[in-house]
Design a protein around this ligand. Sequence first.
Ligand code: UT7
Length: 332
Amino acid sequence: MAKEIYVKKARIIGTGSYLPEKVLNNFDLEKMVDTTNDWILARTGIEERRIAADNESTSDLATKAAQRALEMAGVTPEEIDLIVMGTITGDYPWPATACIVQNNLGAKNAYAYDLSAACSGFVYALSSASDFLLAGRGKKALVIGAETLSRIVDWTDRNTCVLFGDGAGAVVLEAQEGESGILSCHMHSDGSYLDLLYQPGFGSKNPVSVQGIEDRSSFLKMQGNEVFKVAVRSLTEVSHEALKANDIKVKDLSLFIPHQANRRILEATAKRLKLQDEQCYINVNKYGNTSGATIPVAMDEAYRQGLLKEGGLVLLSAFGGGFTWGSVLLRW
Ligand code: UT7
């Protein structure tokens, strides 16, 4: 009998996530800004979000998520060759938070770097790590999406503060022969949308200043309804792009795990893609938008709930500041 020859693919062999203990619900927010539980639920689908403790930073969240992924994979920290972390809320402006995580884990054989692609950070990181492994630059990689957005949000701005939360998710990736693994990655950027979603302060353009903190101009800014429209369009297009490139029909997808920004964005995207409810994983109600962490957290939950079965086709699609957007299609 002819032996099937498989091309090597980067395969996820373990997932992990960590959400801080502190819960901030919509009723708590009613006491902080001029908003209501009804408005937040109706416009976003978010019920509550997690907030990092004062003594917790992004590297702490990321380390815990990574430890859980390593444990599931049965891989020791020393076996990891590469750590790529999607984040826009690192512990420090520099060095890379991935290096802090590397030290926390004892992953002494890994080289580590951060990748800045906002809410698309995890899919960008997954795509990069996959390419590195397939190029022979290592055998096993840790890919992390981790954020403490609570540290860059303006807690007096009802337009934005109700949307975001803190969290971390991680996967262990290994280059393997076989049917399972990453089938395609499609990444895109368009820098012309800068003003719709960004953090104006604390960088080289507008360095740290008392004024920037007092008048809140340094914190996260977003023109929500403009972002909304581009998000639905981009998530739909990049998802179609992945399916077409792999000659796969929407009905063949086991699970669609999109970036969790707003339930209305997810439902509008799912409708355009003609996905059934059970094909679409949604947990934005519990954690809000945790930027680069939403997809790996959702993937870890879905896997631990038994929703990801070997051989199933899984599509990850993300959209975020930059603008950046991208998809990863994989066979579990
Ligand atoms: O991860 C990617 C990045 N972000 C996103 O994907 C977010 C994309 N955008 C969104 O999710 C939605 O646009 C929002 C949830 C941010 C806003 O929903 P919307 O339906 O687009 O509302 P809007 O911005 O058009 O505002 C409608 C009204 C405004 O009042 P007026 O001008 O009509 O009187 C806002 O001031 O709702 C008001 N509003 C609020 N009211 C109560 C805005 N935020 C709040 C609030 N509570 N928290």
